[in-house]
Design a protein around this ligand. Structure first.
Ligand code: TLP
Length: 374
């Protein structure tokens, strides 16, 4: 039996419908603007997000990078959440390629940054010593807070601060549609206050490759130039865009509505895990999208597991879990992440729960104290 892979929603395979659409896609050279399937995907992405234009890119990382290039001059500064993917997990592309510095603001438990801190992070444009703030970035859903969705009201508040300083707002919406489903709002409402956004097709929406950048026509024209600069101009790429067009269909024919199922599965997993001895720092009420993040600790302070470093215990748990046919992944601060997604159903989640119980016992985290011999 193949493992139940909860390391990420990036492991999803395309649906049979996507494979059919890919095989039959009408294509052309997209650098010449000749690929009708890419053009249709970009138009659909713009429509569904309420933006003027879209740009198909190879990945979420490329989407954020070309957005930064399009918004930020060399020597500019980006304000973003301190542990955001843009600052932490994209090889510092903002510094290496864009030539920008960054100001990281800590996240609160709900994934938001304190607006007062965002406001205070802006540089003084009249001070010759300082770089000039050029962009604010939000991440929705916010990954490191266990995938919390950011509301349109919060986004509008941050946009107002950015715009008040004459600076644009970009949203890293790698999981934008998870946020929309969780909050019961449209993707367009989530990005309306922003100047640009990236969303990923290759995560919960189950496409094999790709993300889309959306924004004004002028911004997308600059991002298109930036995409060519970083080697992202692709040719008969309608083959990949075709899957995106399937994913973005309305209703049950597409892949957006079904994200609700992933959220239910994440909540069920979180509730079951939170009740197990050996699982810590998990409030199941916070499982509102498709992430479950937790720590493994020794339930019995007198056990051998209690003498292990948190990382070592985590390693043993993940190994034991793998032996049970379930994959999860290390996450920052000694935590573990499980991500629910297309291809993992409610029955699989019950298997995962049983596997976690066994793995906690196998790694010693849930061991009971030795019964004293009378
Ligand atoms: N995230 C991946 C890993 O890189 C950690 C994952 O498994 O979650 N923004 C956010 C919020 C992301 O989580 C990711 C990918 C990206 C951007 C980058 O997308 P890709 O992997 O398509 O470059």
């Amino acid at each position: 039996m193949p493992p139940i892979d909860l390391r990420s929603d990036t492991v999803t395979h395309p649906t049979p419908e996507m494979r059919r659409a890919m095989a039959e896609a009408e294509v052309g050279d997209d650098v010449f603007g000749d690929d009708p399937t890419v053009t249709a995907l970009e138009a659909r992405a713009a429509e569904i997000t309420g933006m003027q234009a879209g740009l198909f890119v190879a990945s979420g990382t490329m989407g954020n990078l070309v957005s930064l290039i399009a918004h930020v001059p060399r020597g500019g500064e980006v304000i973003a959440e301190a542990e955001s993917h843009t600052l932490m997990d994209e090889q510092a592309g903002h510094a290496v390629i864009v030539g920008a510095s960054a100001r990281g603001i800590p996240a609160r438990p709900d994934g938001t940054m304190d607006p007062a801190l965002v406001h205070a992070a802006f540089r003084d444009p009249l001070d010759i010593h300082e770089p000039q703030t050029a962009l604010v970035v939000l991440e929705n859903t916010h990954a490191h807070s266990m995938g919390q969705p950011l509301t349109p009201a919060y986004t509008a508040e941050i946009a107002a601060i950015a715009h008040g300083h004459g600076v644009p707002l970009h949203i890293d919406g790698a999981r934008l549609f998870n946020a929309a489903i969780a909050l019961g709002v449209s993707a367009a409402q989530l990005v309306a206050p922003a100047d640009s956004a990236t969303f990923c097709l290759s995560k919960g929406l189950a496409c094999p490759v790709g993300s889309v950048v959306v924004g004004s026509a002028g911004f997308v024209a600059r991002a298109r130039r930036a995409r060519k600069l970083v080697g992202g101009g692709m040719r008969q790429v309608g083959i990949l865009a075709a899957a995106g067009l399937v994913a973005l269909r309305d209703g049950p024919a597409g892949m957006i509505e079904r994200l609700a199922e992933d959220h239910v599965n994440a909540r069920r997993l979180a509730e079951a895990l939170a009740a197990m001895p050996g699982i810590a720092d998990l409030d199941p009420a916070r499982a509102t999208t498709n992430f479950v993040v937790f720590r493994v600790v020794a339930a019995n302070p007198g056990s051998a597991a209690a003498s292990l470093r948190p990382r070592a215990l985590r390693g043993r748990f993940l190994e034991a879990l793998r032996a049970e046919g379930v994959l999860m992944v290390e996450y920052p601060h000694d935590t573990i992440r499980a991500v629910t997604h297309y291809g993992v159903d409610a029955d699989d989640i019950e298997r995962v729960i049983a596997a976690c119980r066994s793995a906690l016992a196998a790694c010693g985290a849930a061991s009971v104290p030795a019964t004293p011999v009378a």
